[in-house]
Design a binder for this molecule. Structure first.
Ligand SMILES: N[C@@H](CCC(=O)N[C@@H](CS)C(=O)NCC(=O)O)C(=O)O
Length: 223
């Protein structure tokens, strides 16, 4: 299998696809297509991207695009137990959290784009961003309190799951923008940032030298 990703420093959806591929346990190659180059903007670099976006998984001639579809495909192939909690109430919450993350939290996503190269400690979140973070912290607490805390592991549902995959870029945003969170939320942030797959991704992201202006200021796309 081949996973096509964008810039590691900025492409949060690519990070989700890549973590899902790691979690599947299946062998895969990663191909990085630098974003916002002339070839990207003309569409020439997007020949293998059916929706014009990254990530895309190519599984022996079959393209699967969109991080959510990639995660579902890899759960089918690698084993559902790797992605979803076995007990049904936990699974229901995990499905709902993953879907809410995939479709929601627009103010946080737009106002605090993933940026693994910079830090914005003086960033002042809007009320909408603060409301998103409050909701996310509540979801994490619900998962941990009901299903995760019996485990020695720090992940949302005990074992690392699709929920940890989907929320990982949000974790980096809390860190990058110094968004205020309660101590137990910060403990989860620190655990995800220290995960070996995250450490690997972040180190490669920091080493990237592609010119890329889009997300270099907080607040999103500069004028
Ligand atoms: N819903 C999609 C979103 C993918 C997406 O928007 N990816 C961005 C990069 S993070 C992209 O490729 N945008 C197209 C562009 O910048 O031209 C997913 O979950 O994969």
């Amino acid at each position: 299998m081949k996973l096509i990703i964008g810039n590691r420093a900025f492409s949060s959806w690519s990070l989700r696809g890549w973590l899902a591929a790691k979690q599947s346990g299946l062998p895969f190659d990663t191909e990085l297509v630098p974003m916002d180059t002339p070839e990207w903007l003309s569409g020439e670099a997007k020949r293998e991207m059916p929706s014009g976006t990254v990530p895309v998984l190519w599984d022996h001639g079959t393209p699967v695009w969109d991080s959510m579809a990639i995660l579902l495909w890899l759960a089918d192939k690698g084993g559902h137990d790797r992605f979803w909690p076995r007990e049904l109430p936990a699974r229901a919450l995990c499905y709902a959290m993953v879907a809410e993350m995939h479709s929601g939290f627009a103010p946080l996503r737009a106002g605090c784009p993933m940026n693994l190269k910079e830090r914005f400690p003086d960033f002042a979140p809007t009320p909408e961003i603060t409301a998103n973070v409050t909701r996310i912290a509540a979801l994490w607490r619900e998962a941990r309190d009901n299903f995760g805390s019996a485990s020695d592991l720090p992940w949302l549902f005990g074992a690392f799951s699709a929920a940890d995959v989907m929320f990982a870029p949000v974790v980096t945003r809390i860190d990058t923008y110094g968004l205020p969170v309660p101590p137990e939320t910060r403990a989860y942030v620190d655990a995800i940032l220290a995960h070996p797959w995250m450490a690997e991704w972040i180190a490669l992201a920091r080493a990237e030298t592609f010119p890329f202006a889009r997300y270099l200021v907080p607040g999103g796309i500069p004028a």
